[in-house]
Design a protein around this ligand. Sequence first.
Ligand code: PLP
Length: 371
Amino acid sequence: MTRVTSRDAATGFGRFFLPGPTEVRPEILAAQARPMIGHRGTAIQELIARVEPGLQRVFGTARPVYISSSSATGLMEAAIRSCSRKRVLALVNGAFSERFRAIAESNGREVDAVEVPWGNGHPPELLEEALGRASYDAVTVVHSETSTGALNPVADLAQVVHGYEDTLLLVDSVTGVGGTRMEADRWRLDFVLTGSQKALALPPGLAFGVAQESALRRAETIPDRGTYFDILAFEAGLAKQQTPNTPAVSLLYALEAQLERIDKETITWRCERHREMAERVWHWVEAMADRGIGLSMLAPDGYRSPTVSCIRLPEGRTGPEITTKLRERGFTIAPGYGKLKDSTIRIGHMGDHTIQELDELLDQLEGALTE
Ligand SMILES: *Cc1c(COP(=O)(O)O)cnc(C)c1O
């Protein structure tokens, strides 16, 4: 039933389209199978020195890139604990931005939120209004909302925040970095983080973050930053090409191999490939709708993520039903997230997937929707 190319037959790659964890290439998985090294010797320092330039390129930064042996949520907590004292403004438009707000609350911060409907992005004007009403230590935002496929205009939001001297912008770019343009320095994002298992197409277990000087100066004024996710500890560690605690060494081997692949493709072309895959999905959704199969993109044009597409289903079809049918055809995608579980499906077209693999997926999805 499934069209299989010879490359697919050799590796089995190209059928797993969850919006995280994403499919990891066999050679990247294999790179993990190397002997351990000590985490305080020259071997680890050399390994970290080898991965830092590649990480800096995907983040668009000249700052050191922190490597945390945790999932991305760990660095979301780091952002809150190290960069906010008392009051936080959360930009909420989906489940992960909701999580950012909840992390601020569970760490004892007073939190106000600007909420727009799930699927929408945050226009800079609403942020401007909110910052005019009260003063905040920090604003949280999710670059690419994996639960809805919405992309927030982070560079524009940053410009608004820069009008307020004591307010820092904390950016979750977990499905952004490695799949869409990120300019941490040029856009002056005070703190930006990602995880290994999304657009970087690595196994889960590492998170990466970049703090500007503004974030470090803020952290110095906060005595109770905790231990494991203290950004000053990451900063001090990297000054010696080390991590504060034992890193997930095997994952660092995979990271080194994957950064080499990314550099070969170049980050510009990698982002271009993601944009093309997203546009392919949008056009396919339109074509299906023209044929009377009532699909539509949840996020409006201009606010759509290049890495995740969230598609509304016709009346009477559900996310779990479609994902089960598709699995029988050999492909994996996700139903909607949380309250969108039944009414939508989500395709993670990120990491190392190609247009050809996506086309095969869409063929099968069409089959599942029309069978
Ligand atoms: C996956 C994801 C997270 C959470 O990452 P974990 O690695 O599971 O902690 C946070 N934010 C966004 C936008 C995500 O897609």
